[in-house]
Write a protein that binds this ligand. Structure first.
Ligand SMILES: *Cc1c(COP(=O)(O)O)cnc(C)c1O
Length: 393
């Protein structure tokens, strides 16, 4: 530790070391001399200078997610999932380029495709990622990249990741996969041919709804550098405390994922057998529209999201959420607690009823992010909602 007049003289000596990563909120790092700073900037010595350019808690977290995703080149933690999307789309594309996106991307990613990229002279096309031919048809000579999610929100359709990866390879277009919903527990997109993989760490990886963070990694070092430089220049910096909390959350990620997934499968079957439920969507169910692809791509996983359609309209939907008052009615996912969202009044409210109907999203359509509750208690909470909906019929 380096003594200064004003600052304390580091930590007390200890012959033993902490088992938990220390929280290091320092924005600035003091160097010994200009020569030593040269060593750092020119890569002869490792070290930090200023937190926007990198800090220990972000790097510790990034290395853990790199390992989970089997990233070929070290990735970067940024301040949110949307910061990761932004770093890729704006960092890797220039005016005159074209971008293809899945037509059911996360709401703000869709908005960036529709509004922000065109405003900056980057043309975009949306296409159905369950159909590799639809993606192929959307690709143009100036297409720079294709952005997809493996499982669509909230209709839980499964993208043809391998088919799209093959097309991107043939056409020399970069494939970017947002792996937030599926997580590396179910899918490792680099192994399937993705060039860039990103996450909203906010969701399942951190898992406790107390941080917003993102992670992004590229297959090629030159792409990683472009993303890093854009993120540092535009200040997409994550907070050390958020990184520290997310690392803590990550310790239990596998256990949380498996528990939530097993409960989700039970809940899906329970809902599917209920007379008021018109249909239920869960990737491992025999009636899932992309079952065969789900089995191969998700390697037997179903993940933690269940969507279902309740009979009736808004009146029954209101009665259901009021009756299911033990479940947070909140539009997020991946929390330790189960959350329920209603796309018609939240994520998809800007669409006309007809456009929603085309996506299979009626007033009775709900998406559930299953958490870690006792499965029996959770099912009882859903039954309370269904009983209230029945009474309102
Ligand atoms: C939430 C989410 C994002 C955005 O992440 P934030 O951390 O909220 O910025 C991006 N993609 C998907 C699939 C998401 O669910």
């Amino acid at each position: 530790m380096k003594r200064t007049l004003m600052r304390p003289d580091g930590l007390p000596d200890s012959a033993s070391t902490p088992v938990v990563t220390p929280l290091m909120p320092s924005v600035v790092y003091a160097s010994e001399s200009p020569d030593r700073l040269d060593d750092q900037y020119e890569g002869r010595a490792a070290g930090y200078t200023y937190a926007r350019e990198g800090h220990p808690n972000a790097d510790v977290l990034a290395r853990r997610i790199d390992t989970m995703e089997q990233a070929p080149v070290p990735g970067l933690v940024v301040g949110s999932g949307m910061a990761a999307v932004t770093a890729v789309l704006l960092g890797m594309c220039k005016s005159g380029d074209h971008v293809v996106g899945g037509d059911q991307l996360y709401g703000r990613s869709l908005r960036m495709m529709r509004d922000d990229l065109p405003r900056l002279g980057i043309e975009t096309t949306l296409a159905d990622p369950t159909d590799a031919n639809a993606i192929a048809a959307a690709i143009r000579p100036n297409t720079r990249l294709v952005l997809i999610e493996v499982v669509s929100n909230p209709t839980l359709r499964i993208a043809d990741v391998e088919g799209i990866a093959e097309i991107c390879r043939q056409k020399d277009v970069l494939l970017v996969v947002d792996n937030t919903f599926t997580t590396p527990r179910a899918v490792k997109p680099f192994a399937l041919g993705a060039d860039v993989v990103l996450h909203s760490v906010t969701k399942l990886l951190a898992g406790h709804s107390d941080v917003t963070l993102g992670w992004v990694a590229a297959r090629q070092a030159e792409h990683a550098k472009v993303i890093y430089d854009f993120a540092v220049t535009t200040g997409l910096t994550p907070s050390p405390f958020d990184c520290w909390l997310a690392e803590r959350g990550l310790m239990s990620f596998d256990l949380r994922f498996d528990r939530a997934e097993a409960t989700a499968a039970r809940l899906a079957d329970h809902l599917g057998a209920h007379p008021l439920v018109k249909r239920v969507l869960f990737p491992t169910r025999p009636d899932h529209p992309d079952r065969a692809r789900a089995q191969g791509l998700l390697q037997g996983h179903g993940c933690n999201m269940v969507s279902f359609e309740l009979e009736g309209g808004r009146v029954m939907a209101n009665a259901f959420t009021k009756g299911a008052d033990q479940i947070a009615f909140a539009p997020t996912l991946g929390d330790v607690g189960t959350t329920l969202s209603h796309p018609a009044s939240s994520s998809h409210r800007a669409l006309t009823p007809d456009a929603r109907a085309a996506l299979g999203m009626s007033e009775g359509f709900f998406r559930v992010s299953v958490g870690l509750e006792d499965p029996e208690a959770l099912i009882a909470a859903f039954d309370a909602g269904l009983a209230a909906a029945q009474a309102a019929k």
